[in-house]
Design a protein around this ligand. Structure first.
Ligand SMILES: [Zn+2]
Length: 142
């Protein structure tokens, strides 16, 4: 409890999960110019907030400083799985995609810590499973 793994974003107040400097270094522009001065960093996932990373020393890294400045925008073309390049619409239209990512994650073939800006496994962000039951049929939608 002395080291909570969440902290409120100084810009929008939403709780952000902790993230390693290693993750930040894989997403920030001109990584060679960035030094981790804070002892802990957190990721703000609020799409409306201009801040992406913030440190416990009060430092903030804005979206514009990322190589993919639209990483937080949840459009249909946005990546939900950064390891395998799965877009939101890929995942929504084909339940086999989720199974594929699940299997890769189980075999530790994913690279969430460096590929995902949040540093976390993408499965939590996947759209709800399409279709129910044991069959892998595509859900019908309008
Ligand atoms: Zn924020």
């Amino acid at each position: 409890m002395s080291t909570p793994n969440k902290s409120p974003c100084p810009r929008c107040d939403r709780l952000g999960g902790d993230v390693s400097p290693r993750t930040i270094r894989h997403h920030i522009r001109q990584a060679w110019q960035w030094e981790a001065h804070a002892s802990r960093y957190f990721y703000c996932d609020n799409p409306a907030c201009a801040v992406v990373y913030f440190g416990d020393d009060g430092s903030m890294i804005p979206q514009t400083q990322l190589r993919a400045p639209d990483a937080k925008q949840a459009t249909a073309d946005a990546l939900v799985c950064h390891c395998f390049g799965v877009t939101v619409s890929d995942a929504q239209c084909n339940s086999a995609v989720r199974d594929f990512v699940l299997a890769q994650t189980r075999d530790r073939q994913c690279a969430c810590e460096v590929r995902n800006p949040s540093g976390r496994c993408c499965l939590a962000d996947f759209p709800e499973k399409v279709g129910a039951g044991g069959t892998a049929e595509m859900a019908s939608h309008d």
